[in-house]
Design a protein around this ligand. Structure first.
Ligand SMILES: Nc1nc2c(ncn2[C@@H]2O[C@H](COP(=O)(O)OP(=O)(O)O)[C@@H](O)[C@H]2O)c(=O)[nH]1
Ligand SMILES: [Mg+2]
Length: 147
C-alpha cells in the first residue's frame, strides 16, 4: 500500500479512518502531533486549520506518496481555505467520512472538497460500518508511485 498522509479539520475522522484501514480496533483519541505508523501519517486537525502549521504539513507530505484530504459529511462548515489541496507536492485525493450518519448530503460534502482544490477521485466512506473502505484500499494498493 502507498504511504498515505491524512489531513483535514479537527474531528473529521482522520484517526478513525487510519485505524479502520489498519484494522486497528482502538477508538481514536485526539491527535496531538504528527503521527507515523505503518503506511500512514496522521496529522492533527489544527495543522490544516491554522496556516502557521502549513509549512510542517508541506514538508511532512514529502514523506507520503499520496495526501488524503478528509471531509466530515456531518460538518459542512468551511474549515479549509480555497486552494488548500494545491500546497502539496504529492497527488491529492478526497475522502468524505461518516457516510453512515442518516441525512447527510454527499454532494455538498464533495463540493467542500472541490472548493479547496481536491479533484477526483473522491471516496465516500464510513469507519464505523466499513462502507467504501475496500474501494479506498484498492485505490491505495494500485501502487502508483509519487511524482
Ligand atoms: N458515525 C461516524 N462517526 C465517526 C466516523 N469516523 C469518526 N467518527 C467519530 O468522529 C469523532 C472524531 O474522530 P477522529 O478520528 O478522532 O477525528 P480526527 O480529529 O480527524 O482524527 C470520533 O468521535 C469518532 O468516533 C464514521 O465513519 N462514522
Ligand atoms: Mg486525529
Amino acid at each position: 500500500m502507498q504511504k498515505v498522509m491524512l489531513v483535514g479539520a479537527i474531528g473529521a475522522g482522520k484517526t478513525s479512518l487510519i485505524h479502520t484501514l489498519q484494522k486497528d480496533v482502538r477508538s481514536a483519541e485526539k491527535t496531538q502531533s504528527i503521527q507515523f505508523s505503518d503506511g500512514a501519517i496522521d496529522t492533527p486537525g489544527e495543522y490544516a486549520q491554522i496556516p502557521r502549521f502549513y509549512s510542517a504539513l508541506m514538508t511532512t507530505a514529502m514523506q507520503a506518496s499520496v495526501v488524503v484530504v478528509v471531509q466530515d459529511a456531518t460538518n459542512l462548515k468551511v474549515t479549509l481555505p480555497p486552494g488548500f489541496a494545491g500546497m502539496f507536492s504529492r497527488p491529492v485525493i478526497g475522502v468524505v467520512t461518516k457516510v453512515d450518519v442518516p441525512g447527510i448530503d454527499r454532494e455538498k460534502a464533495k463540493s467542500r472538497l472541490m472548493e479547496v482544490g481536491v479533484k477526483e477521485p473522491i471516496f465516500f466512506v464510513s469507519s464505523r460500518t466499513g462502507e467504501g473502505i475496500e474501494e479506498l484500499i484498492a485505490h491505495f494498493g494500485e501502487g502508483r508511485c509519487s511524482s
